[in-house]
Structures are given as structure tokens and as C-alpha cells.
Design a protein around this ligand. Structure first.
Ligand SMILES: *[C@@H]1O[C@H](CO)[C@@H](O)[C@H](O)[C@H]1NC(C)=O
Length: 162
């Protein structure tokens, strides 16, 4: 029944009416971002998906049909809280290539509930320049001069480093 309603809705809208607001997130290179995808009653037991890319070229990056447990796929993790009716996706170790459009999708069909997500990843601030390495000779040799002393025996010391 839920599916039927959403199919009808899809056919009526035919992709022109905006049905839900877009979730936007901003993250920093190397950081992580978390997206909460709420859904309506009745969709609890359906598989939850997270897709990457514009709608026409979307590819699933993670999916789960397990309630209340984390599922991971590389840098993507997904947790479906069926009591709160929200599934959470976390992307860790963000890269600049993660700047993209994403979709929270339930059921796996294009006409099932979906929410557009826009993620922007900012370049991490460049680290301070490294201090110049100290100038060290590759090797160093030093030989002590013999002491000209009658009271103290002389020892010749040779030091080699490197
Ligand atoms: C994220 O980066 C850290 C540190 O570089 C690394 O240890 C970890 O395995 C990475 N996690 C994933 C899921 O790639």
C-alpha cells in the first residue's frame, strides 16, 4: 500500500514537483559528516539506501536492512533507527571528491521515498610550512691533536660520524 501511494505520487509529480526539502551538509577534507534521513511510518522494514550522484547517474554507496546496528562500507556507515524512523549515514575521511549530490532512498525503487542531500567538502587549511632541515654534513671526521704534556699521557681520539 505504501509503495502504491508512492508510485501514484511519483506518477502525479513525474519528477517536476519538489516533494521534500534538500538536506545540505558541509564538511572539511579529512573530517566526517553525518546525515539524518527521516521517513514516514510504514517504511520501517524496507531496506534503506544511500546513493551518490545526480539522480540520472546515482549509484548506491551503502545500504542496510538491519535495524539498530551499524553497517559499514568503506568510509560510509548507516544506522537505521526504526523507532525514531530515521536512518543516519556517516561519511568519514572526507575528500574533495565527496562534494556531490546524494539521495536517502527507501525500498530501492526510484519512486519510493527519497530525499536529496547536497554535501560540500571544503579543502583543509594547508599545514604550516615545515621547518628547513638542519644542515648536517654527510659524515664528519675529527682527530684530536696529541697533547704535548709530560704529566699526562696522550691519547689520540678519532671520531667519525655519519
Ligand atoms: C580514516 O583515516 C584514518 C587515518 O588516516 C585511518 O586510520 C582509517 O582507517 C580511515 N578510515 C576509513 C574508513 O577509511
Amino acid at each position: 500500500m505504501r509503495k502504491l501511494i508512492s508510485v501514484i505520487h511519483f506518477l502525479l509529480c513525474a519528477g517536476v514537483c519538489v516533494t521534500s526539502e534538500v538536506i545540505t551538509r558541509r564538511g572539511q577534507e579529512g573530517g566526517s559528516t553525518s546525515i539524518e534521513c527521516p521517513y514516514d511510518q510504514g517504511w520501517e522494514t524496507y531496506t534503506k539506501y544511500f546513493y551518490k550522484g545526480i539522480w540520472a547517474h546515482r549509484v548506491p554507496v551503502i545500504q542496510s536492512n538491519q535495524p539498530s546496528s551499524w553497517t559499514s562500507n568503506g568510509r560510509y556507515s548507516l544506522y537505521d533507527d526504526r523507532e525514531r524512523r530515521v536512518f543516519t549515514v556517516i561519511i568519514s575521511n572526507l575528500t574533495l571528491q565527496d562534494t556531490d549530490t546524494y539521495w536517502c532512498l527507501i525500498g530501492g525503487w526510484g519512486f519510493d521515498p527519497n530525499t536529496e542531500v547536497k554535501i560540500t567538502v571544503d579543502r583543509a587549511p594547508s599545514p604550516p610550512p615545515l621547518p628547513a632541515p638542519p644542515l648536517t654534513p654527510k659524515s664528519f671526521s675529527f682527530t684530536s691533536r696529541p697533547l704535548h704534556s709530560v704529566t699526562h699521557p696522550s691519547t689520540i681520539i678519532t671520531m667519525v660520524t655519519g
